[in-house]
Design a protein around this ligand. Sequence first.
Ligand code: IPE
Ligand code: IPE
Ligand code: MG
Length: 234
Amino acid sequence: MNVPAHIAIIMDGNGRWAKERGQIRLKGHQAGMEALHDIVKACSDMGVQVLTVYAFSTENWKRPAEEVSGIFSLLVRYVAKELKELNENNVRIRLLGDIRPLPDAARKAVLEAVDDTADNTGLVFNIAINYGGRAEIVRAAKQLAQQAAEGQLDPENITEDLFAEQLYTADLPDPDLIIRTGGELRLSNFLTWQSAYSEIYVTDTYWPDFTPEKLTEAIESFNSRDRRFGGIKA
Ligand code: IPE
Ligand code: IPE
Ligand code: MG
């Protein structure tokens, strides 16, 4: 099996998973955290270079305050519970998104996770929190405009590579495979720039039920694709 260098996942379906069980939505998010544990381990074991997961979008603030604060509490718990094992597995955590608006405890927890794993050389584990693809592109444009305004950059010299360097994913390869659980056929503002040539795999499985075996099925599907990148078959 040819393992993609960069796998990105839209972890969707937690709410519906809980509803089917007559539980509150937060129980679904809790179960989702457990699924995440197994998927991170599987990616690390398989030698995936980069795993990016969508944990909270810039649009998810629209949800009831109780659900939002519950998700951030779970994030604190996730770091407390997983940090030791992530270090043992040589996993390096990076953040995608603007974490400034997060509750203090959540912001501190994720910054600690980044700091504590900064020297690890194995799987790069990107967690997208308060992330939106459009917001990321606007941020990149602002950074370049600022450099131009200060006379440090000639707009003529802006290239796709230079632009990509301003994104949260600077220095990382674009996702080869984007997996969406929960069955929706959309990207919901995830990796808008980086997904230009990603292969997309959607499964009806809700995120809490997504297992390493199902990840293998997604990778097998990826391996059957003919990635032409605009060219023609060799
Ligand atoms: C994804 O699951 C998790 C987040 C967006 C934080 P949902 O909570 O969107 O689950 P559904 O789509 O309502 O089932
Ligand atoms: C995408 O799921 C965001 C995350 C998984 C964090 P949503 O549930 O927010 O997406 P929509 O609203 O169905 O597009
Ligand atoms: Mg959803």
